[in-house]
Design a binder for this molecule. Structure first.
Ligand SMILES: O=C(O)CCC(=O)C(=O)O
Ligand SMILES: [Fe+2]
Length: 341
């Protein structure tokens, strides 16, 4: 297993050659922060304004495949604590982290992963400038004992954070289904079937941001992803143009992901995004991925299909799709070819 970037990157003055991205994949001209990406206030989402908010969510999902939400109900203090604990984790001495990179630890056996660059380190022709800690969290009692023990507050804070953000994800899914006209009897029951994962991504300051990437362009293979970010770096491809996603205090970025594009039969679009680095400071992001269990069958919702609205995507078992993505380096074009009829 390759050594974590956060254990050595502060000792290098120039970008190691295996991190140099081919010219056509480099960040290119500076991308400015877009003021067009919708920021949706959920304050009154349970009251009279709900219909209006649902419409805003659907429109943003169609126009950008990405939006931000504010006044979402997740405690702001908790957001600060979770971000701090994520930073502290990557600031730990190398020996405390590298232990978790070994799959044979309790952490690895429970499906937790700590890796550098991407889950496919050895297969990539170049490396990404990032480290990631990822693990499951629901139901909490099944996973918490395998989570990192350092920082000492990690389990308490991330346990409560994932619980609250999962609930927010559930509310957003509920509203998106409502906007699509999909009947879901009991979102809480439905959501209990959903598989959720949590990631902390850490992108140290980079000696040559123009030649490197934090995360390559991709669409998430989930239903939705909720993301908290502290420093600029996330970019969204919209109408062939990269747009910068503004880091807003106390906001969550919500990505519409591939499974929701399929279920909505293309009514909602998954967004393609990437992460660029900077030379001044590190960047940390916290992500909650909401998706199906791997044995689930994904297909366009029956109620959205009619003779005039034929299915545009095929039915597939989620785990087959994940295997396909793995074999194809998560290339967005290959993913679309797999999904579309
Ligand atoms: O760090 C970010 O802002 C985004 C990371 C990401 O796209 C992912 O983990 O899927
Ligand atoms: Fe992503």
């Amino acid at each position: 297993m390759a050594s974590l970037l956060s254990s050595w990157s502060s000792n290098v003055l120039s970008l190691p050659v295996d991190y140099i991205v081919p010219v056509e994949r480099r960040p290119g001209n500076p991308v400015s922060i877009s003021k067009d990406i919708p920021v949706i206030d959920l304050t009154h989402a349970t009251k009279n304004d709900r219909v209006d908010i649902v419409q805003q969510l659907i429109k943003a999902s169609q126009d950008f495949g990405l939006f931000q939400v504010i006044n979402h109900g997740v405690s702001e203090d908790l957001m600060v604590d979770a971000m701090n604990v994520g930073k502290e984790f990557f600031g730990l001495p190398a020996k405390d982290k590298e232990r978790l990179c070994d799959d044979s630890t309790k952490f690895g056996q429970k499906g937790g992963k700590l890796y550098t660059s991407s889950g496919q380190y050895s297969r990539h022709e170049f490396k990404y400038w990032r480290d990631t800690l990822q693990h499951h969290f629901h139901p909490l009692e099944s996973y918490i004992s395998s989570w990192p023990q350092k920082p000492t507050k990690y389990r308490d804070i991330i346990g409560e954070y994932t619980n609250q953000v999962r609930k927010l994800g559930m509310r957003i899914m509920d509203m998106l289904y409502e906007g699509l006209g999909l009947e879901v009897e009991d979102i809480e029951k439905e959501f209990d079937k959903y598989d959720c994962a949590f990631s902390i991504n850490h992108y140290p300051a980079c000696p040559d941001p123009g030649s490197a990437l934090g995360t390559g362009r991709h669409c998430d293979p989930t239903l939705i992803t909720l993301l908290q970010q502290d420093v600029y770096g996330l970019q969204l491809l919209n109408d062939g143009q990269w747009l910068g996603v503004e880091p807003l205090p106390n906001a969550f970025v919500v990505n519409i992901s591939l499974l929701l594009e399929v279920i909505s039969n293309g009514k909602l679009k998954s967004d393609m995004h990437r992460v660029v680095t900077n030379s001044v400071c590190s960047r940390t992001s916290l992500a909650i991925f909401v998706s199906y269990p791997s044995d689930g069958i994904i297909q366009p919702a029956k109620s959205l299909i009619s003779p005039t609205n034929p299915p545009l995507y095929r039915a597939f078992q989620y785990k087959d799709f994940l295997e396909f993505l793995f074999a194809n380096n998560a290339e967005p074009e290959a993913a679309m070819k797999y999904l579309k009829l």
